[in-house]
Design a protein around this ligand. Structure first.
Ligand SMILES: [Mn+2]
Length: 313
């Protein structure tokens, strides 16, 4: 499955690794993991990892990402990781590279690189990179293993989502053999500031329920201003304050912004992806998002989710 991409890597003198913007643990983990694997196994190659800031995940990339000149792309292989849509790639210069390749585990929506390996049966893109390395006998040092393990943990919800398979745990066990300080990783990932815990409590108190027990939070612009937080913190950062509520199988977080209403949908049971796609978004079967034009549209989407929760779709 990976032989074409491995051949491209072997042939390239310069490899530039991209991933989706506003990176999560998986995006950063596979990017830095692959960079380290190429450096370790092909020491003569130039390898770069580019893109926007790591923010909450800056512990994974303490030195930040590489700043490179446009000319570096001329003879380079650009590899886009963990990204299902061209418009979400951080740093559009990948299109100027000599060759482009993509490795991803999101539900397929478009093709935008010359060589692509897309497989939604993987819990994480980190799992794909680790699997590629292990199956092809590449050395995975402790730095690469730690980055990849972190992404596997975050994208699988600590090996809990049903995307977790025997292969997930097999791959994770192989990474642990390379030396992963997982207690530090878990502390970095899951300890939270008191301020943020208070913020989550505020959001929890805002939860409402539809007739069929879809939990939802609606934050309007005035509230957002009062809370003094950015839209991303309010949206993706707060959606899972509604996870693990007994008898709630679907939950959705609406956040009014200047560029529409950000909508993050999650489910522990149902495939809610078609609803996100219907409103112009995408993602995974049980975690998807979209941007809506107004509150009316938000309430229509909520009603669609309510139908799913009621078993009507
Ligand atoms: Mn991912």
């Amino acid at each position: 499955m990976y032989s074409k991409i491995l051949k491209l890597i072997k042939e390239a003198e310069t490899v530039i690794i991209h991933r989706h913007e506003r990176p999560d643990g998986d995006a950063i983990g596979c990017q830095l993991g692959l960079k380290e694997i190429i450096k370790e196994n092909f020491p003569t190659k130039e390898v770069y990892a580019v893109g926007d800031a790591a923010n909450n995940y800056s512990f994974m990339a303490p030195e930040g990402f590489d700043e490179i000149a446009d000319e570096k792309y001329e003879n380079a292989l650009a590899i886009v990781l963990d990204c299902g849509s061209a418009k979400l790639v951080s740093d559009t210069r990948y299109t100027t590279a000599k060759h482009t390749a993509r490795i991803d585990h999101h539900i397929f929506c478009e093709s935008f690189c010359e060589t692509e390996v897309i497989d939604t049966s993987y819990e994480s893109c980190c799992g794909m990179i680790a699997d590629m390395a292990i199956k092809n006998g590449l050395t995975v040092n402790s730095g690469a293993a730690s980055a990849l393990y972190t992404g596997m943990v975050t994208d699988s919800g600590r090996f809990r989502y049903d995307s977790t398979t025997p292969r997930t745990l097999f791959t994770a066990s192989k990474l642990l053999e390379s030396g992963v300080d997982y207690s530090t990783i878990f502390r970095n990932l899951y300890s939270d500031t008191y301020e943020n815990k208070k913020l989550k409590a505020t959001f929890l108190l805002k939860v409402q329920f539809t007739e069929n027990n879809v939990a939802y939070i609606y934050t309007d612009r005035a509230e957002l201003k009062e809370l003094n937080i950015d839209t991303f913190t309010a949206s993706r950062g707060m959606v899972n304050t509604m996870s693990d509520i007994k008898d709630v199988d679907i939950w959705v977080n609406f956040t009014e912004t200047n560029s529409g209403i950000f909508c993050e949908i999650r489910s522990s049971v149902y495939n809610i992806n078609p609803v996100a796609v219907k409103y112009g978004g995408g993602g995974h079967a049980k975690a998807s998002g979209c941007t809506l034009k107004d509150k009316d549209e938000a309430m229509k989407l909520l009603s669609d989710l309510n139908s799913i929760a009621g078993g009507h779709i």
